[in-house]
Design a protein around this ligand. Structure first.
Ligand SMILES: Cc1cc2nc3c(=O)[nH]c(=O)nc-3n(C[C@H](O)[C@H](O)[C@H](O)COP(=O)(O)OP(=O)(O)OC[C@H]3O[C@@H](n4cnc5c(N)ncnc54)[C@H](O)[C@@H]3O)c2cc1C
Length: 397
């Protein structure tokens, strides 16, 4: 095929973040093309699908068909089986159907006027002083004033334009289970270097009865064994047996999580957003909330750039500064917490989980714990338990 089309903005990748940025620009009368390599939006899904209420409130997304289950409690299991219970009756998180969520956002983008190209991969991007020229896998030529790289953890846009790389990539694996035996309102989190070195494993009930669940784990890249081995071991681990002894896998997925927000996410006529920019919470691997938040700043600056026809790095810098001042600070603190977390031995995990079982500490975590802003817990927790300061200073020096 030999054809050439012009748009003010080309968004590469129709994940939730790309679709949201395309929708926000299109509703402000910017001409947008959204290019997605897969033939179906939201497929395959590489996500545990746990988000906060904020995702629906802040971005005005109706939860109706998207939310599968409401989570009020988290049980954190230490390597030797000590259990910390956080939460209570109030909803703390929602398990969502990621396919429906992604499709909702891409449909919205289309309804607002963005053009969606499916089964089309952006294979070459070249910038000249006037435009960015994109060639797709179908031989289509697209010209745009600005390109937004929303193309996920292994962003091609990031590589082509020489942006820095995320500090770290976690490898993740997950599966949907049927016939589980869970409390439908509680997530089970399993920590420790035996189960999931460098991160954690999870069981998230996907229905109210707890008879279906998402199981998964992430590990850091330097882990001794293969991801599949850790996953196999997880099924045989005694700490999970009461939940999954009769369960069977209905489908399995895998993916990577980029950590360490990039220092530079704008360049002349090019910006990065979402996983492409590693806008992901280092404590939980959640990228939906921070990605959408940054997408909003991204759309705002890009629209202004189009209006004023100013595509320089200096002009686009506003987007980068706004992200940094807002969620960027939280993500940086998250990297700091991660450093503490990854420095702990299994014995230390046991000791701290046991310690955190004290009623007043559990109440503090329940009151101030926030999956999008975990740092908000630090001050109240240190006030209640000043001795934790020793842990921080000991591990971070
Ligand atoms: C195991 C696992 C569990 C997770 N659990 C959670 C969770 O519970 N909660 C949470 O908030 N987050 C979770 N995440 C993270 C979350 O999935 C991501 O942060 C989120 O999907 C980022 O959205 P995005 O739109 O930036 O990128 P993506 O969702 O990766 O979308 C990028 C899109 O770009 C497309 N693309 C890539 N290259 C090209 C190209 N060259 N041309 C055209 N299209 C292209 C891809 O096909 C894809 O559709 C998890 C991730 C993993 C791996």
């Amino acid at each position: 095929m030999e054809s050439s089309s012009y748009y003010e903005v080309a968004v590469i990748g129709a994940g939730p973040v790309g679709s949201y940025v395309a929708k926000t620009l299109a509703e402000q009368q910017v001409s947008v093309v959204l290019i997605e390599q897969h033939k179906t939006i939201g497929c395959p899904v590489n996500c545990a699908g746990l988000v906060s209420k904020r995702v629906f409130e802040t971005f005005q997304i109706p939860p109706d068909d998207i939310v599968q289950n409401t989570i009020t409690t988290a049980h954190i299991h230490s390597p030797s089986g000590h259990k910390l219970c956080i939460g209570g009756d109030k909803p703390h998180a929602y398990r969502i159907d990621r396919s429906i969520f992604d499709r909702y956002l891409s449909n919205k983008a289309q309804k607002k006027g963005a053009e969606l190209l499916l089964s089309e991969k952006a294979i070459s991007l070249q910038r000249d002083p006037q435009r960015v020229n994109i060639e797709t896998s179908k031989g289509r030529h697209i010209q745009a004033e600005i390109v937004i790289g929303a193309d996920g953890p292994y962003s091609r846009v990031r590589d082509i334009f020489g942006f820095p790389q995320p500090k770290e990539f976690l490898r993740g694996i997950g599966a949907q289970l049927v016939d589980t035996n869970l409390d439908g309102s509680s997530v089970e989190i399993f920590i420790g270097n035996r189960i999931a070195p460098g991160f954690f494993a999870w069981l998230i009930p996907t229905n109210e009865k707890g008879t279906a669940a998402h199981i998964g784990l992430c590990v850091h890249k330097q882990s001794e064994q293969s991801l599949k081995t850790y996953f196999k071991q997880l099924f045989n681990d005694t700490s999970l047996s009461s939940f999954i002894s009769d369960a069977t896998i209905s489908y399995q997925t895998g993916g990577v999580i980029p950590l360490g927000p990039l220092k530079q996410i704008v360049d002349e006529r090019v910006v990065l957003v979402g996983d492409a920019a590693a806008q992901v919470k280092p404590t939980s691997g959640g990228g939906i909330y921070p990605g959408l938040l940054c997408a909003r700043y991204c759309a705002q600056t890009v629209r202004e750039a189009i209006q004023e026809q100013r595509y320089t790095t200096e002009f686009l810098q506003k987007y980068q500064d706004e992200c940094r001042q807002d969620i960027g600070k939280e993500l940086s603190k998250g990297m700091y917490f991660r450093k503490i977390f990854t420095g702990l031995s299994d014995q230390q995990f046991d000791r701290y989980i046991k310690r955190f079982q004290q009623k007043n500490i559990q109440e503090t975590i329940t009151e101030y714990g926030d999956i999008d802003y975990p740092s908000r817990l630090v001050k109240p927790l240190l006030k209640k338990t000043p001795s934790l300061l020793r842990l921080v200073s000991h591990l971070v020096t």
